[in-house]
Write a protein that binds this ligand. Structure first.
Ligand SMILES: [Zn+2]
Length: 276
């Protein structure tokens, strides 16, 4: 059985004290975030690979009532430490727990009632998002993956943003392959044709222009900010809380590994092409 944390400080402490060195990551303390039980360290994890390797950002816990994400980060580090997972060579930055005050309260919002995933374009973003925006503004990633959950879904689904020139080119659309892979492993997929008001196919939503006006009104999510700053490929994963925490963390890790392998393959193919 997997230990489930409800205290954000203990989860961060577990990451820092148990698995950092053995998994090849370094932690940077970016700031402290106030919670009902005092300040919680806001850290970023980093694992450097060879120069020229793809750059990847992994984010978890921006919504406090979605515990599988931060637990999946913890579990991923543990599996790397134990040698059960070997990640392909990528430069990896991780935000393991973006909303510690909401995590403690088990609320979507932070303790000031803000949905942090709608605060990426406001004039005065809350501290959690200010830290992230400062960190992200001059960084371009080849891939950004966000671990989320959705209490209203009975099956897994994801949002997929691809570089525009690749949309509709079959093999470059990872979402369909991801949900097929999970289905084969026996995990439930949300098969609705409409999810969160958007058209979906086999558990994959590819947000289109229409969505922009919605977010202009309601505030920018992280994925929009990433696009604006040059990250063309994003995956936002949504697990169903009706599954066990073990299964939900397993899904996140499985999809993350799939995406890293795909990304590495693209990089290899690109390097193998003769220069024009
Ligand atoms: Zn969420």
């Amino acid at each position: 059985m997997m230990e489930e944390f409800s205290n954000p400080k203990e989860l961060i402490q577990e990451i820092q004290e148990q698995y950092l060195e053995t998994s090849g990551f370094k932690a940077t303390l970016l700031s402290d975030i106030e919670t009902d039980i005092g300040p919680c360290p806001f850290i970023r994890l980093k694992r450097k690979s060879e120069t020229g390797a793809p750059k990847v950002l992994l984010s978890a816990g921006i919504h406090g009532d979605e515990p599988a994400g931060p637990h999946a980060v913890l579990s991923l580090l543990k599996k790397i430490s134990d040698g059960k997972i070997v990640l392909p060579p990528v430069n990896l930055d991780i935000f393991p727990l973006i909303n510690p005050s909401g995590f403690l309260r088990k609320t979507r919002t932070n303790q000031h009632g803000l949905d942090l995933n709608r605060c990426f374009a406001t004039g005065h973003p809350p501290k959690e998002i200010r830290i992230m925006m400062n960190f992200l503004k001059n960084r371009e990633y080849d891939l950004s993956v966000e671990f989320h959950e959705d209490i209203d879904t009975k099956g897994f689904y994801l949002y997929e943003h691809q570089p525009v020139h690749l949309v509709g080119t079959g093999p470059n659309e990872w979402g369909q392959e991801i949900t097929a892979l999970l289905r084969r492993q026996g995990f439930p997929i949300n098969e609705s044709h409409t999810i969160e008001g958007m058209p979906a196919l086999n558990g994959v939503i590819s947000p289109k222009r229409k969505r922009r006006s919605f977010f202009r009104q309601h505030g920018w999510p992280q994925a929009f900010y990433m696009h604006k700053h040059g990250t063309s490929r994003t995956l936002t994963l949504e697990t169903p809380p009706c599954l066990s925490i073990e299964d939900r963390t397993k899904i996140h890790i499985e999809v993350f590994r799939f995406a890293l392998e795909r990304l590495q393959k693209i990089f290899h193919e690109k390097q193998a092409q003769p220069h024009a």
